[in-house]
Design a binder for this molecule. Structure first.
Ligand code: 9WO
Length: 226
């Protein structure tokens, strides 16, 4: 799985993904992150990537020409129609189902905007999927791109060991996860539920399912409807 990340801040990548399980996957070549410096695709002496918005208003807009040229360069390099994902608060809320689809793909182009966002003509002509990682505004799409790649890379076969298998994730079964405990069995008067110490695996599975249903109903009833 290869991610091309179109950004004016290529130095932010791989950033935190160089650590832990994602770092191992990158080092082993199971996943690859290729930062694409948008400035390299600018056409003027000052390598300009933004300009003032038509119609006025605060902030700048990312110019279409460098964005088109960057995506076209990736597609020529790959020799295929690599899909383009734009990270934007206006996008479809990212869910685990979509992460699984991305993890099963060969190559993706992630576009991380800055300023007010990208020229609408780039979005219309070249963007396949617009994704949001939550209802908040950041200073750019780079951190959402890192979050998306982290979620996808850990699903690549062989990246997670058996100890932290993706099958056990919150959302693997569409529910929030049950609470977890480790040793000691009693700490400052707080006890681990007896059932978890019982060794009865069927009973433990039933208890975990009940707790998962309970927390999901309390905190995220919308997940139960899906
Ligand atoms: C900036 C701005 C400045 C002046 C007036 C209006 C403005 N709107 C914005 C704005 O929305 N900037 C975004 C910054 C444009 C797209 C890239 N940026 C971004 C992506 N912020 N937050 C995200 C994001 C992406 C995915 N999921 C959550 C947040």
């Amino acid at each position: 799985m290869r991610f091309y990340v179109v950004t004016i801040f290529p130095g932010l990548f791989p950033g935190p993904l160089a650590e832990g399980v994602t770092g191992k996957a990158l080092a082993a070549g199971k996943a690859e992150i290729v930062p694409v410096n948008l400035r390299d695709f600018a056409e003027d002496r000052h390598q300009t990537t933004d300009d003032t918005p038509y119609g006025g208003g605060p902030g700048m807009v990312m110019k279409p020409e460098p964005l088109f040229r960057a995506v076209e360069w990736v597609r020529e390099t790959e020799g295929s129609r690599v899909p383009v994902i734009l990270l934007t608060p206006k996008g479809e809320p990212l869910r685990q189902e979509r992460v699984r689809e991305i993890a099963s793909g060969e190559a993706w182009i992630l576009v991380s905007g800055r300023y007010r966002g990208v020229d609408e003509r780039f979005r219309e002509a070249l963007v396949d999927i617009e994704l949001s990682i939550g209802d908040f505004v950041l200073s750019g799409g780079e951190i959402p791109a890192l979050a998306l790649m982290d979620a996808a890379i850990r699903l690549v076969p062989g990246v997670l060991g058996n100890e932290d298998s993706a099958d056990a994730d919150s959302f693997a079964n569409g529910l929030l996860g049950a609470p977890d405990y480790t040793k000691p069995p009693e700490y400052r008067g707080m006890k681990v539920p007896d059932v978890l110490l019982s060794g009865d695996h069927a009973k433990i599975a039933a208890w975990r399912r009940d707790r998962a249903l309970e927390i999901t109903r309390r905190r995220r009833p919308d997940l139960l409807e899906k």
